[in-house]
Write a protein that binds this ligand. Structure first.
Ligand code: PMP
Length: 285
């Protein structure tokens, strides 16, 4: 059985408990991070901890542990669960308090962390490529904050599944914002790599940033701008990035085949480069 961490204790998962008054549970009042693990080592973890601090600051949630303490718990969970490949999830909420819309002044923030084993490098969907469907982006206006309010994103994925697709690309004002839990990229017929510019409309993906740097090192022409679903249908390649799946090719969008409907060479190359750099601990800072 998995050992998880809850507010200072390492416990078997069936003994780990959180208060019914926890504001994460009642209000979605919390933030999270997911760091991937390859060969038992955390990937790009420092960048995740920097983004965690930013999410906490934006919502004035106090931190229950320093970066060094969090990393120590991450390492301990990897060790106790014998994790070689997968993810470490961490969540900080504003804590337990009498239910009220007011932010409590005396709540202790709560920290929950657990591991998830997953084959990321050998992922079958990355080999085959994913089919995605576009759906309206129904989320709030601060998507740059990594909150646990994931219902709209999870709903988007369910709507995509109803359409027979593997994932959702969310659309607002006629333009793709991002995937249900990933950043989206296309390669135009002129060979330009396009991904939406950073703003409060999308999460500032840690994998997005590293992938853009790897692409720049390959001399790819990059444009950070919005694109429409129609531009994506006509692209030569498409892919998405996230800490839990790295670079994953997309082969179909709303039933339109992308390129020859197999993972494209640029997506495959960037995936290889990302995995090599992650394994060597040499991802661009
Ligand atoms: N956008 C959204 C909405 C996400 O949920 C995620 C992953 N949690 C990402 C992008 C990718 O971010 P990262 O590369 O930091 O995992």
């Amino acid at each position: 059985m998995r050992i998880v961490y809850v507010n200072g204790e390492y416990l078997p998962e069936d003994q780990a408990k959180i208060s019914v008054f926890d504001r994460g549970f009642l209000f979605g009042d919390g933030v999270y991070e997911v760091s991937s693990v390859l060969d038992g080592a955390l990937i790009d973890n420092q960048a995740h901890l920097v983004r965690l601090q930013r999410s906490l600051d934006e919502l004035s949630i106090a931190r229950p542990a320093s970066d060094a303490e969090i990393e120590e718990i991450q390492q301990e969970l990897i060790k106790r669960n014998d994790l070689t490949e997968g993810m470490v999830y961490l969540q900080i909420t504003r804590g337990a308090a009498e239910r009220s819309f007011d932010w409590p002044t005396d709540a202790e923030p709560s920290l929950v962390m657990f591991t998830q084993a997953k084959s990321i490098t050998g992922s079958a969907s990355a080999q085959k490529g994913l089919r995605v469907a576009t759906v309206p982006d129904l989320r709030w206006k601060r998507r740059d904050i990594k909150t646990v309010n994931l219902l709209p994103a999870s709903w988007a994925k369910a709507q995509a599944a109803e359409k027979g697709a593997d994932d959702a690309w969310m659309v607002e004002d006629g333009h793709v914002t991002e995937g249900s839990s990933n950043n989206t990229f296309i390669v135009t017929k002129d060979g330009v790599l396009v991904t939406r510019q950073l703003s409060n409309d999308i999460l500032h993906g840690i994998t997005r940033k590293a992938t853009l740097q790897l692409a720049a090192e390959c001399q790819l022409k990059i444009e950070e701008r919005s694109f429409t679903p129609e531009e994506a249908y006509d692209a030569q390649e498409a892919f998405m990035t996230s800490a839990s799946s790295f670079v994953t090719p997309v082969i179909e969008i709303d039933g339109h085949e992308i390129g020859d409907a197999t993972p494209g060479p640029i997506a495959k190359r960037l995936r290889e480069l990302y995995i090599d750099a992650a394994q060597q601990g040499s991802l661009p800072a």
